[in-house]
Design a protein around this ligand. Structure first.
Ligand SMILES: Cc1ncc(COP(=O)(O)O)c(C=O)c1O
Length: 374
């Protein structure tokens, strides 16, 4: 049987294995002991260009903690990108706030900044822009809008490690940035996440709420906290991964640019953009199967699956999520662009070890599916 080409494979070497084993031997098994967690927080925050990093258990809990640290809760509304992983909306939901989806732009697939002001009400407290698939949101424009309406800005950087806006790295461009180190992310600790911030008071609150809000005396709790602590051995792995990040990003861009060239000749397939002010890190290489392509997105995915090529659809937008639609106070905001992306978008294999010949073969199969001779 032919081995399936997966959409992505983590890049992990012996150094990670050794670093994790050494951390375990040093007793860094919980989230409370050892040097690896503070070292990983320091180095990751430096990489991002933020003053503080607070390591947590996942991107999901990073977002949930950030919303909690901002003091957002019942009665509040939080604007979120419509096209995203459900974790973005859950961050508001699990804090008792109502997420409000913002439809996508046609080209970057990120939230459409032209729609934001029309969705703001007196309840709106925050906005969570997602740098989708590694293309950053224009944070200069977004911050100007947020400042006019006094909104907290929480960047969802789960897919954007190293992406930049006019030379500045995502994660330091709002009040807080939330990263994921899940297995398929640009760097990984298996599961894991980090909140970055330049705000000393927010950093202190994030650390407090991450650790069950322990204060003095130890078992008397003024605040309702969480246990979102990353383990020491995960942080040890993160430190090694961080040393590889430039190489990983270089390879991500190689894969993306090879696909860009190869797919430029295939009509009916839209490929990712990179705005002139942005550095796209191409976490995943997304394509949109347009109406003039002879096959639907699902037919093309089936055609590729038969040839052992793995694909994934884009996200189901937040305006269509049943659990949100049932939520009291949820606003039925139309998101036609995000819905079209959900119907027609998919990402194709972009593991960084895929040679250009494999990428060419994948595109040949797409071309053949369209009936174009290869
Ligand atoms: C945009 C986005 N936000 C949040 C998350 C949640 O991260 P995690 O899986 O680490 O909880 C993910 C991915 O998984 C994501 O892609």
């Amino acid at each position: 049987m032919t081995a399936v080409i997966p959409v992505y494979e983590p890049y992990i070497g012996e150094e990670e294995v050794e670093a994790v084993a050494a951390a375990v031997r040093r007793g860094e098994i919980s989230g409370s002991f050892g040097d690896s967690i503070p070292a990983f927080e320091r180095r990751f925050a430096d990489y991002v260009g933020a003053r503080h990093g607070v390591a947590v258990t996942s991107g999901t809990t990073a977002l949930q903690l950030a919303v909690a640290a901002a003091g957002i809760g019942a009665g509040d509304e939080v604007l979120v990108s419509a096209s995203t992983n459900v974790a973005t909306a859950l961050a508001a939901f699990h804090n008792g706030a109502v997420p409000v989806p913002v439809d996508s732009e046609e080209e970057t697939w990120n939230l459409d900044l032209n729609l934001v002001e029309g969705l703001i009400t007196e309840r709106t407290r925050a906005i969570i822009p997602v740098h989708l698939f590694g293309h950053p949101v224009d944070m200069d424009r977004l911050r100007a809008i947020a400042a006019r309406h006094d909104l907290v800005v929480i960047e969802d950087c789960a897919e954007s490690h190293g992406a930049t806006v006019r030379g500045r790295t995502t994660g330091a461009l709002g009040d807080m940035g939330c990263f994921s180190f899940y297995a398929n992310k640009i760097i990984t600790t298996g599961e894991g996440g980090m909140v970055t911030t330049n705000d000393d008071a927010l950093a202190e609150r994030l650390r407090l709420l991450r650790n069950l809000a322990f204060q003095r005396p130890r078992f008397l709790h003024e605040h309702a906290g969480h246990n979102f602590r990353m383990t020491g051995y995960q942080a040890a792995m993160g430190l090694v991964q961080l040393e590889r990040i430039d190489f990983i990003l270089e390879q991500k861009r190689r894969v993306a640019h090879a696909y860009d060239r190869l797919l430029a000749e295939v009509s009916g397939i839209t490929t990712p953009v990179e705005r002139d002010w942005a550095r796209n890190v191409y976490w995943m290489y997304g394509i949109v199967v347009d109406e003039d392509f002879p096959l639907s997105r699902d037919e093309l995915a089936a055609h590729l699956a038969e040839r052992a090529i793995d694909t994934r659809t884009f996200f189901c937008p937040m305006n269509l999520q049943p659990f949100l639609r049932r939520r009291e106070g949820f606003r039925d905001v139309p998101c036609p662009v995000a819905e079209r992306l959900w119907e027609r978008g998919m990402y194709i294999p972009c593991g960084i070890d895929l040679p250009d010949t494999t990428l060419a073969e994948i595109v040949d199969h797409i071309r053949a599916a369209a009936g174009v001779p290869t």
